[in-house]
Design a protein around this ligand. Structure first.
Ligand SMILES: [Cu+2]
Length: 317
């Protein structure tokens, strides 16, 4: 039917995401009205080319401004958890993603070595798991999952159906029992996990591709032999506190295996975010987590371009 159209949309999506890095941003821009700039065009752009990163990029498709993970159903695709999880019990967790035809999707594109990335966090953002379920021929995904504590969790499925563009669906998982939510961990520049220390440099700036550099050390020495995991030296998931908006950012391509891993993350608003860095060393994947605060910047304007470009100043009224 309209496979060609879908494929076209996907190719365009790729170009938008990588437009800045590949220098094809202008070509993509020609698709829309003259001043339109791809919304995510600066996300992966090289720092030197990032001269317009700070300005709102009004796009025709306002819906593209909605962060991922906030909806259980989007563009006709729906995440359907099939399993109830009990606290502390290893569970064969199953789910489907149904497509616009209402049937489970069975054809996915491989992204970062996997057809689907499944992230489960507690709603208080204290716990984080990034797992890779197996896909059955019937479109049912399954993965061994243990949720230690009762409470509310958010599950994210990050995938791209074959012929479509990528999306992240989110669904709540409720684990019965007495629930003791923890306050958000304090903002910090260092995290420790398993004897590793990870330090964070750089600041999140709303609406702008913000450079974050994470440095891994162990026993006081920089780690320079990080291993590639899912095709990169690190994977960073950023979640907004309050609604768990999901931002999956990826590192700047690097030939160096540490100690530094550089990311470009674009957050949609000011406020607190939780950052979860997956990195692999000595054959094991570990997760370092941080709470970071995005500046008090204005939310990204979504309507017509503003006459005054200076949104950094709050005192004009
Ligand atoms: Cu993954």
């Amino acid at each position: 039917m309209n496979a060609a159209t879908k494929l076209g949309a996907y190719v365009l999506g790729l170009a938008v995401v990588f437009g800045g890095a590949l220098g094809v941003g202008n070509a993509v821009g020609e698709v829309g009205p003259a001043p339109a700039k791809p919304e995510h065009g600066t996300t992966h752009s090289a720092p030197a080319a990032d001269s317009h990163g700070g300005h709102a990029q009004a796009t025709a498709a306002a819906q593209d401004d909605t962060p991922g993970g906030l909806q259980v159903s989007e563009r006709g695709y729906t995440l359907n958890p099939l399993t109830t999880v009990k606290p502390g019990e290893p569970t064969d967790f199953r789910f489907t993603v149904t497509g616009p035809d209402g049937r489970p999707v069975t054809d996915y594109q491989v992204e970062h070595d996997k057809k689907l990335h499944f992230i489960v966090v507690s709603r208080d953002l204290g716990s984080f798991q990034h797992v890779h379920p197996d896909l059955g021929a019937d479109g049912v995904w399954s993965v061994k999952l243990t949720l230690e504590d009762p409470g509310a969790y958010r599950a994210f499925a990050d995938f791209a159906p074959t012929g479509g563009s990528g999306l992240t669906l989110g669904a709540d998982l409720l684990v019965a029992g007495d629930y003791a939510p923890q306050p958000l961990p304090q903002v910090a520049r260092t995290a420790t996990v398993d004897g590793y220390t990870v330090s964070l440099a750089g600041d999140l700036v709303p609406g702008r591709a913000s450079k974050l550099t994470l440095s891994v050390s162990k026993d006081g020495r920089p780690v320079t032999d990080l291993q590639r995991y899912l095709g990169a030296y690190g994977h960073l998931v950023a979640l907004r506190a309050g609604d768990l908006a999901y931002l999956h950012v990826h590192p700047e391509e690097s030939v160096k295996a540490g100690p530094e891993i550089t990311f470009y993350a674009e957050v949609p608003s000011g406020g607190d975010y939780r950052l979860f860095l997956d990195f692999q060393h000595d054959g094991k994947v570990r997760t370092a987590d941080f709470t970071a605060q995005a500046g008090t910047g204005q939310p990204k304007p979504t309507a017509e371009p503003s006459a005054s470009p200076s949104h950094g100043d709050n005192h004009s009224h």
